[in-house]
Design a protein around this ligand. Structure first.
Ligand code: FES
Length: 315
């Protein structure tokens, strides 16, 4: 865990504040690569992940931007209440969304606040003089964080901004993605519907999964109406625990003093991953790939459940 202080807090767009975090002790912060995120331990006990949007060459601070989600679970509103000078605990940066070194050209797609990791990636690609293009979709110019910065940066000629308020400016995505070469890679971050639209369109015009990279920042609430209880067996002790319909595997483990690491509690970060030795998971996360899901040998315990009556977990 790292102690940081909020050195700056700025309004970047409608309902979006940015925070610059510096080391509270004065020691240099650990380096990070473009696409990294940090866990923030909020004063109300919640832990939330935010992507770093600044250049990965900057070692003196971490910069994040937070969209207020009025219907959210309290993380973004707690973040928005933080003030300059306040101290926080954060994790080391982790990168689950790294740039591809195989890409000869990189297509960056950002929807709304999904611009944060994409901005850091664009800075990095620009620094190493790599081929890239950035497509940034937002509701309007008032909602688009960093729009002015992008219009005036050294790589502004690679940036395309599209606003819902100006629908005629939006290109046909299928045409844009068609006839690309096999050494081009696509990276997308934003709301789930936007990401699925970009990824599905790319697949339709022939893109393979290996060249499609994504980072979800929130999981949609699953329909829990037909959830059933099931049993989990802890392989190391043979302890059998009941997971009621209204509890998660993670909650049941914690209530029984079985500690496993966790962070987002939304099936996004992958921290609560556990191996499955028997039984079939009902995968509800956004972390595992399609092939990892179909192998059925691991589960995100914060959100996924069992398709049958029993799972044996490698704990
Ligand atoms: Fe993040 Fe479970 S805690 S995926």
């Amino acid at each position: 865990m790292i102690s940081v202080r909020i050195a700056d807090r700025k309004c970047e767009a409608h309902n979006i504040f940015s925070f610059e975090l510096v080391s509270a002790s004065g020691e240099a912060l650990p380096p990070f690569s473009a696409g990294s995120h940090i866990d923030i331990h909020l004063p109300n006990g919640l832990i939330r992940q935010y992507s770093l949007y600044n250049s990965s060459q900057a070692d003196h601070s971490y910069k994040i931007a937070v969209l207020l989600a009025p219907e959210g679970r309290g993380g973004s509103s707690a973040m928005h209440q933080l003030q300059t000078g306040q101290e926080l605990k954060i994790s080391q940066p982790r990168n689950l969304f790294p740039l591809s070194h195989e890409a000869k050209r990189t297509l960056l797609f950002a929807g709304g606040i999904g611009i944060t990791p994409i901005l850091s990636m664009a800075e990095r690609l620009s620094q190493i003089d790599a081929e890239f293009e950035l497509h940034y979709y937002s509701r309007s110019s008032e909602h688009a964080a960093f729009a002015e910065k992008l219009k005036n940066c050294s790589f502004s000629d690679r940036v395309n901004l599209y606003f819902d308020s100006e629908p005629d400016t939006k290109p046909d995505l299928a045409s844009m993605l068609a006839n690309r070469t096999l050494d081009e890679h696509l990276f997308v971050c934003g709301p789930t519907g936007f990401m699925n639209f970009v990824l599905d369109t790319a697949r339709t015009v022939g893109w393979g999964e290996a060249r499609l990279h994504r980072e979800y920042f929130a999981n949609e609430a699953a329909d829990t109406n037909s959830d059933q209880s099931f049993e989990i067996t802890i392989a190391s002790t043979q302890q059998v625990l009941n997971v009621p319909a209204e509890r998660s595997i993670l909650q049941v483990l914690m209530e029984n003093d079985i500690e496993i690491p966790y962070s987002c509690e939304q099936g996004v970060c992958g921290t609560c991953l556990v191996r499955v030795l028997e039984g079939t998971p009902d995968h509800r996360d956004l972390y595992l790939s399609a092939s990892e899901r179909s192998a059925n040998d691991q589960i995100l315990t914060c959100c996924s459940r069992a398709l049958g009556k029993k799972l044996v977990l490698d704990i």
